[in-house]
Design a protein around this ligand. Sequence first.
Ligand code: AMP
Ligand code: MG
Length: 484
Amino acid sequence: MTTGIRPLFAFDNSFVRDLDGLSVPWKAAPAPAPRLLALNEELAAELGLDAEALRTPDGVAVLAGNAVPDGAEPVAQAYAGHQFGNYSPRLGDGRALLLGELHDVHGHRCDLALKGSGRTPFARGGDGRAAVGPMLREYVVSEAMHALGIPTTRSLSVVATGEDVVREQMLPGAVLARVAASHLRVGTFQYAAATGDRALLQRLADHAIARHHPGAAAADNPYLALFERVVDAQAALVARWMLVGFVHGVMNTDNMTISGETIDYGPCAFMEAVDPRTVFSSIDQGGRYAYGNQPGIAQWNLARLAEALLPLIDDDQGAAVEAATAVLASFADRYHGYSYTGMSAKLGITGPGHEPLVADLLELVEAQQVDFTSFFRALSPKESSAGSAARSLFTDPAAFDAWSARWAPLRTATADEMDRVNPVYIPRNHLVEEALTAATDGDLGPFTRLVEVLARPFDARPGLEAYAAPAPADAGDYVTFCGT
Ligand code: AMP
Ligand code: MG
């Protein structure tokens, strides 16, 4: 079935056109009784889509995968990846489809994809499905990240399929419509490199350069320049995660983009009390993807990207390795630069040389189990005179006083400036869980309210205090699950 809402989408599918061999044409499995649970009207407008048309049965049919709009060429994308350090040569979209590419109102090309739309040739043992809870979770967390100013894929809609999926219990199924600068992953390059088809690898790299890092095209060595730009984008991204306490949870190479957007919100969660060992995912027993390990893991993943790019970087393998290694080594300085700049903004200070102040603060908040988000927000003098709100978060305030006496004379930013970088509302785990439980039971109210609150994370609003507070002390350890 094709749909009558012809003008709604103007697809132009460069991935399919340029990269024969990296995808398989495929169709979504039908959803028996599609029902729209969430529609992102702001994002629809940015994509130049008519939100009202998307709400009609024809629109919902597209968002559910039941109708293929004119111009769409749905494919399942191929990729490989290191999962928890182990290489899988063939992962691919097991339950996702790239519908096609659109230009947003700013002229930027982006992918429109479905997730949870049925088994594909890459499904391996999976059922191709997704449950309502995890798809709404990706929706709320990705939109919160966007509102925090962090590069991320976005969520256009979640449609309940009307069919149950088998998990530990039966759960209502759903399809997420995801918008991304692209779905090119480190694992896409690993897959292309492993085919041994150098021409395909080069076409992929050229496609990635044109799409995400066009400046690399003019470099002496465009493929080394591509690598450098991805290293930089990922250093910036992971620094942003760290500055809000975000734990991605499954930083496999197939879950790391070439664009520098956050992707694949599975077991992610936000840290509350500061602890670099923070892990939420039930399957991350070794803590590989713990909060404090994220920069190192990003660099490890980038080394895998470098390996895939070697044949393009130099015909002489030794020379290629040497050049790529030098760029890879720059990750640490780039990361520390982004992190320091971000931390300085959070503290309202400027200039170089304050690393010890930052390091001592992190040690202090960790030692006293202080809530990361509340601390920085309480630091701005508007919240209290002379930082007393921040002080009250410490069980031993004397240690904070000593630190504060060093910090206060350095602060140059106004309270308003600090409030623009220190969010008051983040997707706190207990609130997300509450909202998803209610939604799974049919009440979308808490989810819709949470999405609204998180759309303006820096504006404290009266009556929303509960959204700013950490989980109650008796909440217990928060655990998230993969394979959702
Ligand atoms: P993820 O960890 O969610 O990024 O997924 C890793 C791989 O498993 C990807 O190839 C996914 O497409 C695939 N996958 C995850 N869940 C399912 C599912 N329910 N059915 C089929 N494939 C899945
Ligand atoms: Mg993934």
